[in-house]
Design a protein around this ligand. Structure first.
Ligand SMILES: C[S@@+](CC[C@H](N)C(=O)[O-])C[C@H]1O[C@@H](n2cnc3c(N)ncnc32)[C@H](O)[C@@H]1O
Length: 433
């Protein structure tokens, strides 16, 4: 049955990448621009077609100025599971909402978008001709039309089982495209200066969007890294190989505040709420080690101490301690409503939701998995500060049921390498057979 038309229904055409990250991105951006996420659709699993209610076209446009997960947005004029259903849904769409875009002085074009099927030119023309009943009075202009309309056909997700007829057909007025092209223009491949752990551009935008970052926000990355030379066998960085120069490359230098060399386990900040967002990719101990500074006293017994020196010794920094410090730091220094967005490495066979570090001042907003290998993944955790930090909050996680499973992160490195080595051995064995 065709969905009945209601006010301000929009169709989002989503990119088929980073599927788990899409819903939190759209929800975060909508709440940033004053439009709560509302929809009649029950799930937002894998389909690229999402129907949403958005309060205004301005909010829809703002959403598209930021999203990297959505390709385009359309004002939805009709939807059905067959051409007949689509046409009857279109006939029910209020004429007064169509007329401003169809009058005789206007120019327009109709496009066809299919998912999981390619149509011939003849089939496309047939579909456009079938819309003759719509009160189009303007002139067709294929090069520079004032208004673009789209027929979107959904042939499901299985490339090995493409149905004859689409599962769903939509018709809408195109409003705006998202920011997918940023993924290419900001690609680390094109960046002047990179480190060996530089974050992929698409995921970086997703992280900023999950963090609801907006203009004039102060954003901090406690594990910003990129302190080493990025080229092989090069010990020193060139004068323009730094984070400021990277921002300059994109015309963003005015947003750069500074970088400080400091150990994240011993934050050097005065007490206060400085940050609108903390967005970070902490070390997992795989390509970059997890180390923290320590004093001579902290060196375990049995290990020879160096003579007293002002140079801090480096101690191994357990992952669970690092996340505990990070959450406490975020709880202390974020403004209320500010967000912490970070990657949590997990060994998938042992992962449970209880492993996600917890804090009384931070509410979990989303938890999205990116697979790294058959047995490891990292999860993008987004938390929002919902309560002012008090000193007693600092250790409350120790009392929670979460604490023990959460300590399981400590052996991630060993598990990562044991799994990898086993897999490589297996693959080698298979290729020799
Ligand atoms: C996964 S990388 C993130 C890198 C960053 N996204 C970039 O573009 O280079 C983690 C970084 O944290 C740094 N790190 C390790 N232990 C640290 C500590 N105790 N305090 C601050 N940074 C640390 C590592 O050197 C590494 O550069």
């Amino acid at each position: 049955m065709a969905l009945s038309c209601s006010l301000n229904r929009y169709l989002l055409l989503m990119a088929q990448e980073h599927l788990e990250f899409r819903l939190p991105e759209i929800k975060s951006l909508l709440s940033l621009f004053g439009g709560q996420f509302t929809s009649n659709q029950e799930t937002y699993g894998k389909s690229p077609f999402w129907i949403l209610s958005i309060p205004s076209e301005d909010i829809a446009r703002n959403l598209m100025k930021r999203t990297v997960c959505a390709k385009s947005i359309f004002e939805l004029w009709g939807h059905g599971k067959s051409p007949e259903e689509l046409y009857s849904s279109l006939k029910n769409y209020p004429a007064e909402k169509m007329v401003p875009f169809l009058h005789s002085d206007s120019t327009y074009k109709i496009k066809i978008h299919t998912f999981n099927k390619t149509l011939s030119q003849e089939e496309k023309v047939k579909r456009i001709d079938a819309l003759e009943f719509l009160p189009f009075e303007g002139k067709v202009n294929l090069k520079k039309p004032q208004h673009i309309f789209s027929i979107l056909e959904d042939y499901g997700l299985d490339p090995n089982c493409i149905p004859e007829n689409p599962h769903n057909i939509y018709f809408g007025r195109w409003i705006a495209d998202g920011q997918r092209e940023l993924i290419e223009s900001y690609s680390v491949k094109k960046r002047h200066f990179i480190g060996n752990t530089s974050m992929d551009a698409g995921l970086s935008f997703i992280m900023a969007n999950h963090g609801k970052v907006k203009e004039n926000d102060i954003v901090f990355d406690p594990f910003v890294g990129t302190g080493k030379a990025s080229r092989k066998n090069q010990k020193w960085r060139g004068p323009d190989e730094n984070i400021r120069a990277n921002l300059r490359q994109y015309g963003l230098e005015k947003y750069y505040l500074d970088v400080l060399v400091s150990d994240a386990s011993k934050p050097s900040w005065r007490k206060g709420t400085y940050f609108d967002a903390i967005i970070t990719d902490p070390p997992y101990g795989i390509r970059e080690s997890t180390r923290r500074t320590g004093s001579q006293k902290e060196i375990p017994k049995g290990i020879e101490k160096c003579p007293e020196s002002h140079v801090p010794v480096s101690l191994s920094y357990h992952l669970s301690d690092m996340f505990f410090d990070l959450l406490n730091f975020a709880a202390e220094t974020l403004v209320l409503g500010g967000r912490l967005v970070y990657w949590l490495p997990v060994y998938t066979p042992e992962y449970t939701e209880e492993m996600v570090p917890w804090h009384p001042c931070l509410q979990l907003i989303s938890n999205c998995e990116q697979k790294l290998s058959s047995h490891t993944s990292r999860r993008l955790i987004t938390m929002e500060k919902v309560k002012t930090f008090e000193n007693r909050d600092q250790y409350s996680h120790l009392l929670s049921d979460h604490f023990l499973p959460y300590q399981g992160h400590n052996s991630f490195r060993e598990k990562y390498f044991s799994g990898v080595t086993k897999r490589i051995a297996k693959e080698e064995k298979c290729s020799q057979e």
